[in-house]
Design a protein around this ligand. Structure first.
Ligand SMILES: Cc1cc2nc3c(=O)[nH]c(=O)nc-3n(C[C@H](O)[C@H](O)[C@H](O)COP(=O)(O)OP(=O)(O)OC[C@H]3O[C@@H](n4cnc5c(N)ncnc54)[C@H](O)[C@@H]3O)c2cc1C
Length: 401
């Protein structure tokens, strides 16, 4: 359903990842004409899992996408942490009904491809959204009334505004913020997805389970109604400066997990091919808009994945951006200022808190003992109590008054 604004805008979105498609859908649904420019030859996502906190299900409800997401998601009964060296249970937070009772929305996990497909189909169903592949945004210019975007190959497109949803290595950000390369954290992630039948029963677990160790951790959880099993192994490495979606070195992985309990080693041994990511973030900033150009998702506030919120924050951004445009009656420059003003403290808090949670997962020595003791002594839900501000989410109907 679209809600026609007084004057529909012609909006250009650079990047067709989860953030780009989410914003195209929300803006298209608000009645604007949207053109998504994706550099790749097809719209798609990498094969890996993604966690969706209750704050994101709140957005799905607002967008009318809860059923579409729930059909392909998996709803884990708990979220736990074990010590990777001893197998000791550090904490387990019940989800399911408990998450519903605490936040009003569920905690789910989803195959990234499936989430991307939900947004892609939602966009395809709106005639005012145009989806273009093989359209790499090279540069842009703007004046008082328009933005011109130059695409690789020389073509130029014009619109009322440009949303840079072009990810961690954003070109648009180079011009708007100009703060150089992202910060390399020193940790890398290896990701793999197994079919259910390839995971022996004694290694299968319905929970989102994190095995924390010194400068390492492994997370696993089921995907796609329980048909798949997602694994993410994270460890410290000095080898890589930058890189994305290349193949991992199994020997290095095994060496980093050499102290792990047999169950973890057996699970890691099931994977033949890992895909590798160098984990980066940035210092939070408060100004990611320049007149008719703004940023969204990882382009605006890239974060480490330790709170599993990057894509979720991009979806929240999309909703706030559309609401800001509605509030200003389509006044782009004012809306972009309102949007970033409404977002930067929340996204900055997630960016900084994610770093802190990484330290908790990777603790060693006294830090590790203290973590285990504090979590053990607390209530089962203590691990979540400090994240209520995040999981409570935003209220899209009362953002701007
Ligand atoms: C190991 C790991 C685990 C994670 N787990 C979670 C999780 O559990 N939950 C969660 O919410 N988040 C998670 N995240 C974070 C999440 O993946 C990102 O925050 C999210 O993908 C950001 O979406 P985006 O659309 O902003 O950027 P991207 O996904 O990077 O998409 C950017 C798009 O722009 C395109 N593009 C780039 N440059 C151009 C250009 N010049 N012109 C045109 N197109 C361009 C790219 O091809 C791409 O399609 C995780 C991240 C990692 C690394």
């Amino acid at each position: 359903m679209t809600h026609a604004p007084a004057r529909p805008l012609n909006l250009l979105v650079a990047g067709g990842g989860i953030g780009g498609l989410a914003s195209a859908y929300v803006l298209g649904r608000s009645g604007h004409n949207v053109t998504v420019l994706e550099q790749a030859g097809t719209f798609g996502e990498i094969g890996a899992g993604i966690q969706l906190g209750p704050n994101i299900f709140k957005m799905f409800e607002y967008l009318g996408l809860t059923d579409a997401v729930s059909r392909v998601a998996f709803f884990p009964p708990g979220l736990g942490m074990n010590d990777v060296r001893t197998g000791e249970k550090v904490i387990r937070v019940p989800l399911g009904e408990a998450a519903l009772a605490a936040y009003g929305y569920p905690y789910g996990v989803i195959y990234r491809v499936d989430l991307h497909q939900v947004f892609l189909e939602a966009c395809q169903a709106l005639p005012n959204i145009s989806l273009r592949t093989s359209s790499k945004v090279e540069s842009f210019d703007q004046d008082a009334s328009r933005v011109s975007v130059r695409i690789a190959g020389g073509k130029t497109l014009q619109g009322d505004a440009l949303v840079g949803a072009d990810g961690l290595w954003s070109r648009i950000r180079e011009r708007v913020v100009g703060d150089g390369k992202p910060r390399v954290s020193g940790h890398i992630a290896y990701r793999a997805v197994l079919k259910r039948e390839d995971v022996p029963q004694h290694l299968w677990n319905d929970d989102v389970l994190l095995w924390g160790g010194e400068k390492t951790h492994l997370v696993h959880y089921p995907l796609r109604r329980g048909e798949l099993f997602n694994l993410v192994a994270v460890f410290h490495s000095n080898k890589y400066d930058e890189g994305w979606n290349t193949f991992g070195d199994t020997a290095e992985l095994n060496e980093r997990f050499s102290q792990a309990v047999p169950q973890v080693k057996e699970l890691l041994g099931k994977i033949q091919t890992w895909k590798m990511w160098v984990l980066c973030d940035r210092e939070p900033v408060k100004n990611w808009s320049d007149r008719r150009v703004t940023l969204l998702g990882d382009a605006a506030h890239p974060m480490l994945q330790y709170l599993a919120q990057g894509a979720g924050q991009a979806i929240e951004d999309a909703v706030v951006l559309a609401e800001a445009l509605r509030f200003t009656g389509g006044g782009v420059e004012q809306a972009f200022q309102k949007y970033q003003q409404a977002r930067y403290l929340r996204t900055g808090r997630v960016q900084l808190t994610a770093r802190f949670y990484g330290d908790i997962y990777h603790a060693s020595g006294v830090q590790r003992e203290l973590r285990n003791q504090l979590f053990r002594s607390g209530k089962e839900s203590a691990g979540f109590a400090g994240l209520k501000w995040m999981y409570d989410g935003i209220d899209p109907k009362n953002l701007f008054t």
